[in-house]
Design a protein. Structure first.
Lengths: 429, 333
């Protein structure tokens, strides 16, 4: 065989052997197994189905197919890190850790490897400061935003004053659950309410003491920072002691169908913060039905479509896809690198018009990231559970947090992190 | 009475009820340990599996639906009918008996005369297998356990106890969850039934004989394999009751298996071999942790219940290693 023939064959083999390298590779560290699978499955389905829709309907993004590289973590931090190590060499453009524990582990690793991390409204709150954390993004907001929005909503309900009111915070006794305490304390100084903190140990199956205390102290509002079984038990206990559900509000991780359905009618009226509108009454879902579900390409059995978790996965996928478009436009080509992705995330913005073009009019607030701000739009609305109709409904507009209180806290925490880790914050002029 | 005293009584009452819920899980451990000397790590997962199976039958869910759909390209999920709670409970019990037979045939039979640590390791393997198997069989969604049991505070008890407070005091009455009262009643009935079974039936006496001395029981013709199946089947029944009660409180989901962690201090305190010990131990743990949380919790940031239960159990271990009701182990050299 002639040398040129061998060379041609080798070249052909090389071209056909690695089509995945040309794809836009997005690892998804999902948890479809284990105790938290009821939250992980709809999220992973929403994310994957949207990317499948782009591949099937549009031929990918900018003509390049998206390859969702799903890696099962079981919500286990160690497995999450293993997933990162196993996939980072596959041309991964960005990491969606889907766990605060995994996010904390990935922040230094991904920063060193120069791959962006998008912890979607979880993870390290002060990572929203792009001057200190250039590779981390936390859109659409932080836990401190959520705490402030809950107080803002309570203020609206109380005619503008919380003076002399009592608020109890029932929280998961972990770094995640403790996140809002400082913000709520600072807001308490400003608005004159009394805060009672009630820790619940993992997993939260037994909360009798906390709810007996709530029954004795009769707070005006109960806020919840829960996760997993803690949410269902807390909502059940609140119903048991006949606490008025319209005054019981959870953070966004305490506000999905799995948290309220097991409680039945008792959960009626329970509220939670959300960063997007609930349900599937948006045109993009028709496309998902046509191009993904009916084509037999859905990630799940279709039963989760429109659930809160599914919508969050879809929201995340939209942001990733939009960032890819921006990166492609900036580089002038289909293929992009993780560094291009990071730059695109920093330039990422979605206007109301763009949400409409995407088939999601009114789904979420418009926003614009920047060099300093990696967590826009910081907005949240209140949704309320209707047990009879078995659906969430928005009961407020999207609200901004109290930046006067939240921003100094972020500055303080992120600068402390920078000092501890010898990081010189970059300038953003 | 002063409101402070009434609040303390309320905490004690709720502690007793919660303790009985812990005892329900601990009972399964005791039964198997008593009959075979095995510390069954899988007891918590058995409760989860039993509850999943009960809800699955009740809601007419097709077992292994996802697997069937993936292999055959079908789209089946439900049979199209639901089952009454009693029938579903009996079906779930039948599955737990079948599970006991399979465990004996596939695991225990092959491990006769092995060291206790080997048997313990086998139950760890069994726990993880059963969790995965349960996921594959019934899916990982959170399921609603609807046995028609009432939940929430008793209005009657609130009204009665409201009058106990000093006149003019702002007191709402004591809170007792009706479901907890039902669970406590069920647990007491279960203990009475188990005690009668072991005292007055032939199989029960054989069970006690095996618990006392395997070799001696074998020498008089008692089948060890049969006794093991019976023991695991009864532990399956206890797991079903515990899973149902806990499932009714929090929905049936995979973290249900973690309730086993609440049973360990109960066993340490009550002893690994005593059925009444599981009940008394549970109530002591329940009351102890609730009182500690009530009085000391606010001073130390709360969430003391998980660790305080173990501290209490450790204190008892130091002074009485076999637990309050456990058999004292005397080995002569």
């Amino acid at each position: 065989m002639r040398l040129s023939t061998i060379a041609a064959m080798a070249a052909t083999a090389m071209m056909t052997a690695g089509p995945a390298l040309a794809d836009l590779t997005i690892p998804l560290l999902s948890y479809r197994t284990g105790a938290y699978a009821p939250s992980g499955i709809p999220y992973a389905d929403g994310f994957t189905d949207y990317m499948t829709l782009l591949n099937e309907r549009d031929g990918g993004i900018g003509g390049v197919p998206v390859n969702v590289l799903e890696c099962e973590t079981g919500y286990n931090t160690q497995k999450g890190v293993e997933c990162y190590e196993a996939t980072k060499g596959d041309g991964s453009l960005i990491y969606i850790p889907q766990s605060t524990g995994i996010t904390y582990q990935l922040i230094p690793k991904a920063t060193a490897d120069e791959i962006p991390v998008h912890s979607v409204a979880y993870g390290r709150t002060s990572a929203v400061n792009g001057k200190v954390f250039p590779w981390v993004f936390i859109n659409p907001g932080t836990y401190w935003d959520a705490a402030s929005i809950m107080i803002k909503y309570a203020l609206e309900q109380e005619g503008g004053s919380l003076e002399g009111k009592k608020i109890a915070l029932v929280y998961h006794n972990s770094a995640y659950g403790k996140e809002p305490i400082r913000t709520l304390q600072e807001l308490g100084k400003k608005h004159g309410y009394e805060l009672t903190e009630l820790a619940v140990d993992h997993p939260g199956q037994e909360q009798k003491s906390q709810w007996l205390q709530i029954r004795r102290e009769r707070p005006d509002y109960v806020f919840m920072w829960g996760w997993g079984v803690m949410n269902q038990v807390a909502i059940q206990e609140a119903a048991n002691i006949r606490f008025p559900m319209e005054k019981f509000m959870g953070v966004w991780w305490s506000g999905s169908e799995g948290d309220v359905v097991p409680v039945g009618d008792g959960a009626d009226g329970y509220k939670s913060v959300t960063w997007h509108a609930p349900g599937k009454d948006f045109p993009v879902f028709d496309d998902i039905q046509k191009h993904v579900v009916d084509a037999g390409k859905a990630a799940g059995d279709g039963s989760k479509i429109g659930e809160v978790g599914y919508d969050r996965g879809l929201y995340t996928a939209v942001l990733v896809a939009e960032a890819i478009r921006i990166a492609q436009e900036a580089t002038g080509g289909g293929e992009i690198t993780p560094a291009d992705m990071r730059d695109a995330y920093e330039a990422l913005g979605i206007t109301d018009e763009r949400w409409t073009e995407l088939g999601l009019p009114g789904f979420a607030p418009a926003f614009q990231n920047s060099c300093e701000d990696h967590g826009a739009p910081h907005m949240g609305a209140m949704q309320q559970w209707d047990a009879k109709a078995k659906k969430w409904t928005l009961v407020s507009d999207f609200m901004e947090p109290d930046y006067d209180v939240v921003n100094p806290l972020i500055e303080e925490d992120s600068m402390a992190f920078a000092a501890e880790n010898n990081i010189t914050p970059r300038t953003c002029e | 009475m002063g409101v402070g005293l009434l609040n303390t009584i309320e905490v004690i009452l709720n502690g007793l009820m919660t303790g009985v819920m812990y005892s329900l899980v601990a009972l399964g451990f005791v039964l198997i340990f008593k009959a075979s000397g095995i510390f069954n790590y899988a007891q918590g997962v058995m409760s989860l599996f039993a509850a999943l199976t009960l809800v699955g039958f009740q809601s007419g869910q097709i077992p292994f639906a996802e697997l069937i759909n993936a292999v055959f390209g079908t789209d089946v999920h439900h049979f199209g009918f639901t089952m009454p709670a009693i029938l579903a409970t009996l079906c779930a019990l039948a599955v737990m008996v079948l599970f006991a037979i399979i465990v004996e045939r596939l695991i225990l039979k092959h491990l006769v005369n092995q060291e206790p640590i080997i048997l313990f390791m086998a139950t760890i393997g069994l726990a993880y297998f059963l969790e995965g198997f349960g996921d594959m069989m019934w899916g990982s969604d959170i399921k609603t356990m609807d046995l028609g049991l009432p939940q929430g505070g008793s209005f009657w008890f609130e009204d009665v106890t409201k009058t106990w407070a000093a006149e003019g005091s702002d007191y709402w009455g004591m809170y007792v969850d009706v479901l907890d009262v039902i669970a406590a009643s069920v647990a007491i009935c279960l203990v009475i039934a188990l005690t009668l079974f072991s005292q007055y039936t032939k199989t029960g006496r054989a069970l006690r004989a095996v618990a006392d001395d395997h070799q001696a029981a074998l020498s008089v013709g008692i089948s060890l394999r049969y006794i093991w199946v019976v023991t695991w089947a009864i532990a399956g029944l206890v797991a079903l009751v515990a899973g149902s009660m806990w499932g009714a409180k929090s929905g049936v989901q995979f973290s249900l298996s973690l309730i086993a962690l609440k049973a360990l201090p109960v066993l340490m305190l009550g002893g690994f071999t005593s059925i009444p010990g599981a009940i008394v131990g549970g109530m002591m743990i329940g009351v102890g942790e609730k009182l500690f949380e009530f009085y000391v919790g606010p001073m130390v940031g709360g969430a003391t219940e998980n660790w305080f239960a173990y501290v209490l159990a450790l204190v008892f271990l130091v002074f009485r290693p076999q637990g309050l009701f456990g058999d004292k182990i005397i080995e002569r050299v």
